[in-house]
Design a protein around this ligand. Structure first.
Ligand SMILES: [Zn+2]
Length: 464
């Protein structure tokens, strides 16, 4: 391994200068830098202008003779630690051990540098009170998740914990820290150096908790912070296609902390989840509006219901297979059964959302129409296999009290004992799940609930 100081940190506002950047500089520029380093050393040897990124020891720029002139390299001043992996001197550590330590050293040094710079920019804010970097105390702490990498109090803005996360996965800590800081009333912000193309799971978890926002302290953020005299981060926000919007610079003032549990610039997840839910049933709502089944003798033969069936088939392709099987087994035509079931589920959703007893199938109206319709439908063999599914929808909705009506309880129990019930994994159940993920799709239901966006009709608290 070539032992070269690859990165030196200069006093602000200069900041980090890599060996590659140094070597690419015009001669007069690195000459100037070289002289400044020497001058500062004479003025105040305890406050060097440039330090080695790895060992923090003071460094200078040596002019090295090369073919056709001179090239600059960094070199440690004699008092720098001799065991720095970038040290040129006598080899105190065997080379294999050095190689093993090397990556860890580098990552550790970058982590330290990021914490220090973030703290420096936080302290530059006129509102700043206590700002601490906790890297030294951390190993002594028994209870994990207590001390953040950087902690800052800003007058009028609040208290912040900043965790600098480089590359190691750390999944178990994430949730614990969020809960801890939420309880403490401290805004937790995870900061990365970069976004790898293939995101490790730990990164994904953080981005999920930050509602599709990733914050980077990259070169752009560093330069902007140094110029602006306050901490600025590059915010990467998820787009709707699994990628990222163009990064933008944000300060702590730009963060939304209203939800308590997550810090973000813009909630990129809730809207997408809600849009996903809407998309699964858009054609069906349209059909029920266009051709209310109660007004037609054969409503489900209307073109709008054919479009609705086509749409659910594209979401749940197994429905086509199920339709063919039902046909060959001499059962009712699958798409009619599905449409009738959909009419039942939409009636429940409508009733739960509006409190209005309006049903999309049968001619019952007014008070008690929903239960009367359900009793009628569940008494027929065609829909008996879906009693469980219908009960699940009701139980998860805001009108679960209907399940306590004796007539409906009896109808459901009778259907369940009479025929085998479809369950999750059955194409019809999966179709229902795509129509109403808020109810049947456990993961999405839980995520909506976590985000405070589970609609009231689906048993949540969100007023949509
Ligand atoms: Zn060093």
């Amino acid at each position: 391994m070539q032992r070269t100081i690859e990165m030196a940190d200069f006093e602000l506002p200069r900041g980090p200068v890599s060996i590659a950047q140094l070597m690419a500089m015009p001669h007069e520029l690195w000459d100037h830098l070289r002289i400044e380093v020497t001058k500062q050393r004479q003025r105040d040897p305890d406050r060097p202008l440039a330090r080695c990124r790895l060992c923090q020891g003071p460094v200078f720029i040596r002019s090295q003779a090369v073919t056709g002139g001179h090239a600059p390299v960094y070199a440690h001043y004699p008092e720098s630690p001799r065991d720095c992996p970038w040290h040129h001197g006598a080899n105190l550590i065997p080379d294999d051990a050095r190689a093993a330590q090397y990556r860890g050293h580098q990552e550790c040094a970058l982590h330290r540098w990021m914490c220090d710079m973030i703290a420096t920019f936080l302290r530059a804010d006129p509102r700043s009170g206590l700002v601490t970097v906790d890297r030294y105390r951390r190993p002594a702490i028994e209870k994990r998740g207590r001390y953040p990498d950087v902690y800052a109090e800003l007058e009028g803005l609040g208290r912040f914990a900043i965790e600098v996360q480089l590359s190691k996965p750390f999944a178990p800590e994430i949730a614990a820290r969020h809960l801890h800081y939420e309880a403490e009333g401290v805004a937790l912000i995870w900061v990365f150096r970069e976004l790898p193309d293939r995101l490790p799971q730990g990164f994904r978890d953080v981005i999920t908790l930050q509602r599709g926002n990733a914050f980077l302290f990259d070169d752009t953020a560093f330069t902007a912070s140094a110029a602006g005299g306050r901490l600025l981060l590059s915010a990467c926000l998820e787009n709707d296609r699994g990628g990222w919007l163009k990064p933008r610079l944000v300060g702590l003032d730009d963060l939304d902390r209203s939800s308590g549990r997550a810090t973000f610039v813009e909630d990129r997840r809730s809207a997408r989840l809600l849009a996903y839910c809407q998309a699964g049933r858009a054609k069906w709502w349209q059909a029920f509006r266009e051709a209310p089944p109660t007004r037609f003798d054969d409503p489900f033969a209307q073109p709008c219901f054919i479009r609705a069936w086509d749409s659910i088939k594209t979401f749940v392709p197994n429905l086509s297979l199920w339709k063919r099987q039902s046909w060959s087994e001499g059962l009712s035509r699958g798409e009619r059964v599905f449409a009738e079931l959909a009419a039942i589920l939409f009636s429940i959703a409508h009733c739960a959302a509006s409190g209005e007893e309006r049903v999309y199938v049968t001619r019952y109206t007014g008070e008690g129409a929903l239960v009367a319709m359900l009793n009628a439908k569940l008494s027929g063999e065609k829909l008996m296999p879906y009693a469980d599914l219908i009960a699940t929808m009701l139980a998860a909705s805001s009108i679960r009290d209907r399940l306590e009506r004796p007539s409906l309880a009896t109808a459901i129990a009778r259907a369940k004992s009479a025929v085998e019930q479809v369950a999750a994994g059955h194409p019809v159940w999966d179709g229902a799940s795509r129509l109403f993920p808020e109810i049947f799709d456990g993961l999405r239901r839980a995520e909506l609930d976590d985000l405070g966006k589970l609609p009231r009709w689906a048993g949540g608290s969100f007023e949509s």
